[in-house]
Design a protein. Structure first.
Length: 255
């Protein structure tokens, strides 16, 4: 079944190249705009949960709290656009903020960790295929986490905690498992309709529409190929051009 939400995790290393990459990513995240939607004011794009309220503050704090292996974690939390379309427009941004915080905080708690400093930025754009609104967040998390003694520690992220294969999805500390469960609970509380049944119906309609489009494309392609083959046959069956020689050749004889 099509996932209800996408949650991707990456990290930047505390190297010169990693630092440049993080700085570029923070700038992109802060200033990226979509011509189809009015971008949120800078003061509203960033939500500070301890790491900073703008890209410069986030950059400085990431450097300060970097670990030996991780400069900063970067996650993208992207609810499925077709499901977000069921949510009233005036409630969508707040819902995306809500799911972002729920996912980040629960993911760390399920791993037995304190919740670290993090910050996220809301992006509003359209999907490339169906051109529907695709609200999502870019989340930046400190590379180290303060323990109960006030000491900062670096913690490993295991592969099975961030991949979406069936075995990993069964884990309580799996990022995708947590994101899907939290988002679906939010939809249940937010919407006054059976969004699961509505989505199945919409997906079925899309499959039918896609099948019709493919059939039309096949018929168009078949017609083109048939016409091409007919032209080839017509050219092959044309009678050869006969060149008639002069029945009275000029033999250079004067009569």
């Amino acid at each position: 079944m099509k996932p209800s939400i996408i949650a991707n995790w990456k990290y930047q290393k505390p190297t010169k190249g990693g630092g440049r990459g993080l700085k570029s990513l923070l700038k992109y995240t802060s200033y990226r705009e979509d011509p189809e939607h009015a971008a949120l004011p800078l003061s509203e794009r960033w939500t500070d949960c301890g790491l900073g309220s703008n890209w410069r503050e986030v950059w400085a704090n990431c450097q300060q709290w970097a670990g030996p292996y991780v400069l900063a974690h970067h996650l993208v939390i992207a609810p499925a656009p077709d499901l977000m379309a069921f949510v009233p427009e005036e409630r969508r941004v707040e819902l995306v903020r809500d799911i972002t915080e729920r996912v980040i905080e629960r993911w760390h708690i399920e791993r037995g960790l304190n919740v670290p400093e993090y910050t996220y930025c809301v992006h509003d754009r359209d999907t490339n295929d169906s051109q529907i609104q695709n609200l999502h967040t870019h989340v930046f998390v400190a590379g180290t986490i303060e323990n109960n003694l006030g000491e900062r520690e670096s913690h490993r992220v295991n592969r099975e905690q961030v991949v979406a294969d069936p075995k990993s999805l069964a884990r309580a500390d799996n990022l995708h498992h947590i994101a899907r469960e939290e988002f679906e609970h939010l939809l249940d509380r937010t919407l006054d309709l059976d969004w699961r049944a509505e989505r199945e119906l919409q997906l079925a309609r899309d499959e039918v529409r896609q099948g019709v489009d493919q059939e039309l494309d096949f018929e168009d392609d078949f017609s083109v190929k048939t016409a091409h083959r007919q032209r080839e046959r017509d050219r092959d069956t044309e009678p050869p051009t006969l060149t008639t020689s002069n029945p009275f050749p000029d033999l250079g004889i004067d009569l």
